[in-house]
Every structure is written in structure tokens, then in C-alpha cells.
Ligand binder design. Sequence first.
Ligand code: URA
Length: 232
Amino acid sequence: MRLDRFLAETTDLTRSLAKKALHRGEVSVDGEVVKNPATQVDASHKVTWNGQPLALVGLRYVMLYKPAGVECTARRTLYPRAIDLIALPKVERLQPVGRLDVDTTGLVLLSDDGQWSHRVTSPRHRCGKVYRVTLADPLEGAALEDAIARFAEGLLLDGEEKPTRPAELAMRAPEVAELVLYEGKYHQVKRMFAAIGHHVVALHRESIGPLSLGELPEGEWRELTAEEVAAF
Ligand code: URA
């Protein structure tokens, strides 16, 4: 790739600032100062900027314990963004792999690997997402039996053309449900409970496929291991 692009990929410099740094003689390739932005380099070259070695970053995979009040979005809003909590270079390249609402807590995966993200989110791959759902009122007896059956069959949400895919509902307490979804429609959990006349007061995602938060504290993040990435 061109040297100015290499600099933009590996530092906070834009392409035009990279060209200026080159022009000032701040960049060396294999020990020689290089000023031409069109010079071709790859990972085999030793590129330094002001003496600091630069390396291309590979694909990255992160898990975050999202607190409430944080948004899974790339644009800047009123709220801090999930990527603002992650201290990695070029963090804006990471995309949430299935978003959580601003008031929802729990496991968010982020990556810049589009194919992997597709494997995690595509309903065809049947990667279960487990939610702990706290309801305003108890769900029990015949209403619970009915809800389990309707969620297992799939129900048509307002504004949707296709019913939800089969989902698994169980109760951990009269007001605390566990719901396993294999897809991710907009506000899906809240809308599914609204469809059966229940209001969700708190929502937490515990796991995505084989990954759960484990001991990760709220607001913290970590990169996935190679085994975790390969598990999807
Ligand atoms: N379903 C919702 O309603 N909200 C979320 O944040 C995730 C799933």
C-alpha cells in the first residue's frame, strides 16, 4: 500500500497530515528517510515515524460489559458511545456486532471483521443471545404458558412483515424472565413482551453463543482470545 495510507492506517494522522509528516522528513522506511507518499510498503517494511515503529493492526474482536447510558452507535450523540469505553488505536473502525439499547446493560461484541460479525448475527447461524428481562408485573400461570407457546411459535410485531423466529422463554422468578433469541430485530425483547401485554423495566444481555461476560466488571472490555473468535 502507499506510504501515506500506511501512516493513516497506523497513526492518528489523516492522509493529508501524513503527507506533511513525510515532507518534513519524519518518516523512515528500513532506516532511510522517505518523502514520497506514493512509495509502496507492506508489513515486511520497518516503517517509523519520529523514530516510533509503526505496525498495521489486524482484525480485532472485543467484548464490552455495556453499562446503561452508553450508546452502540458510531455517531456522536448525547451519550457516551460503546467505542469511547475501549482504549484501542483506530477504535472507530470497530462496529457493534448486534446493538443494545441505551438503557440495556450487558454483553456487546465489537469487531472490524464483517464476515465474523455476520456469522454472529445472522439468524441462519442460530447463535443464541440470552437476555435477563425484568418485568413490571409477574408473568405466571396460564399467561406464562401462553407466552412460552407464542414466543416458541413466533409472533408478528407491529410494523413487521415476518413473525419473530422461535424463541425460548423461561422464568427465573415471577418478574424475571430468561429469553433466548436467535435474531436481533429493533427493540425486539421489549416489543415481544409488549405484544403479550408486559412492560420491560430492565434488560441485560448475559451471553452471545458460547461467550458470556464472566468476571468482566461493568464498563470494562477485553479482546477475545483466538479460541473465542474461532468458536463462532
Ligand atoms: N431487545 C431490546 O428490546 N433491546 C435491546 O437492547 C436488545 C434486545
